[in-house]
Design a protein around this ligand. Structure first.
Ligand code: KG4
Ligand code: ZN
Length: 418
């Protein structure tokens, strides 16, 4: 079965094609995985500007889809329809045009490109389309959903809505065949991957720009959020602290780079920031106080020299890591967790990765799965994989009469819950 994954929940336009053998423990081939990041465009606004992100997705989806088909090992050359066949089909196409115009009425640019390109090619052997329907920015989610619906309509392919966070969780289950130095952080296209099995109860720590959650997983797809942030998400805190000390968006990688440089120099931070909610009896987090503490500290400083920035980045990253680690350990203990999964953009952070790898070494009873660096930030491979895993484990797909963008979609709740 060949699955097309589509992801447009924020500022990455991403598409992926995978082939799964559909077994219970599936063997999956990555046919192609493409991501187009809009970060450079949003940087000057200091964050993601939703309407611009929506326009960019609409502009880029067809060129990216063309690239995906051209470069996938599955469809070696784009099959262009021969003229006579195309003419014969043009009548049927005009009925489609009407439906497509309705589906894509809010994305005129996408509709124009769609009609210029899609009818000129043969239907690729795609069996299912998996598309992110939430959580995320609703205007940008809609672009991906409408693109999926339009493709599904014209080629008669079923469309499955996927929770973005489920994708982030299961990205950690990708087991690459060979762990060569080159494949350590990247998954090459054309590679066959096995999915790791999961021992339950499992726990997922999701840390991204919009989420900080501890999710208890009692069995396949039985998610329960047992802890979450009460204010800022971890990635958001990284981004805000970066802005306070004059670093560009997105701040996570910038803070991480400075903190690593500080460690290389054996620098001991001159600052001491709080570890919010470290000892609270629940599994919740709070990061806004930590951010405010950085803000007050900076306000009191006469100048922000490079060494001071390093010192702030180091102490901030240490504080965040300590809180994440402590709360996760507590949840592991309380729920007798056998497997811990990490997911979300902040998992790209080297220090946080190392801290959790050490946790596995310290604790023989628990397996910890951390996704490869290029699978931590938003991508469509994780969306296609989430769909493949649902099929493999026999979990019914999320059924909705009409797939809709759900900005506040939560794991463990039916899609009706917003
Ligand atoms: O999962 P993601 O790509 O998008 C969301 O769904 O939010 O996560 C993006 C977040 C941003 O806040 C970014 O600053 C953060 O992940 N991030 C990092 C690092 N790389 C990305 N945070 C800390 N260290 C990093 N190396
Ligand atoms: Zn994400």
């Amino acid at each position: 079965m060949i699955i097309l994954g589509i992801e447009t929940s924020c500022d990455e336009t991403a598409l992926s094609l995978i082939e799964t053998d559909g077994r219970k423990n599936p063997s999956i081939k990555i046919l192609e995985n493409v991501v187009l990041s809009q970060i450079d465009l949003h940087r000057e606004y200091g964050g993601v500007f939703p309407m611009m992100a929506k326009r960019e997705h609409a502009k880029n989806l067809i060129p990216l889809f063309k690239k995906l088909l051209e470069e996938s090992s599955l469809v070696p050359r784009l099959k262009i329809k021969v003229e006579s066949k195309r003419r014969k089909e043009s009548k049927t196409l005009s009925t489609f045009n009407f439906q497509l115009s309705t589906i894509l009425e809010r994305e005129p640019e996408l509709l124009k490109q769609f009609l210029e390109f899609i009818p000129t090619i043969e239907k690729p052997p795609i069996d299912k389309i998996a598309v992110t329907h939430g959580p995320g920015l609703e205007p940008t989610l809609w672009v991906g959903i409408n693109f999926a619906k339009a493709l599904g309509e014209i080629w008669d392919i079923p469309v499955e809505p996927i929770n973005h966070m489920e994708g982030h969780i299961f990205a950690s289950l990708v087991k690459s065949g060979e762990e060569t130095p080159n494949s350590k952080h990247q998954i090459p296209n054309g590679e066959k991957i096995k999915m790791r099995d999961l021992e339950f109860p499992a726990l997922a720590l999701l840390i991204s720009g919009g989420h900080t959650e501890l999710i208890l997983i009692r069995d396949w797809h039985q998610f329960e959020i047992i802890g979450e942030t009460r204010d800022d998400a971890v990635g958001e805190a990284f981004d805000k602290v970066a802005r306070i000390i004059g670093l560009p968006y997105p701040g996570g990688p910038e803070i991480s780079r400075l903190a690593e440089a500080a460690r290389q120099k054996n620098l001991v931070s001159e600052f001491s920031f709080p570890r919010p909610m470290l000892k609270s009896p629940d599994f919740d987090f709070s990061f806004s106080g930590l951010k405010t503490s950085v803000l007050y500290t900076v306000k009191k400083l006469p100048a922000l020299e490079d060494k001071t920035k390093m010192s702030i980045a180091l102490e901030f990253e240490n504080a965040v890591t300590e809180v994440l680690l402590t709360k996760t350990k507590k949840a592991i203990k309380a729920h007798g967790i056998k497997t811990l999964l990490l997911g979300g953009g902040v998992v790209a952070n080297i220090h946080i990765r190392e801290a959790f790898q050490n946790l596995e070494q310290e604790n023989a009873h628990i397996k910890i799965h951390i996704p490869k660096a290029n699978l931590t930030t938003d991508n469509a491979l994780m969306i296609a994989l989430a769909s493949a895993i649902r099929k493999a484990k026999g979990t019914p797909i999320v059924s909705e009469k009409q797939i809709e963008a759900r900005g506040n979609l939560r794991l463990g709740k039916s899609p009706q819950h917003k």
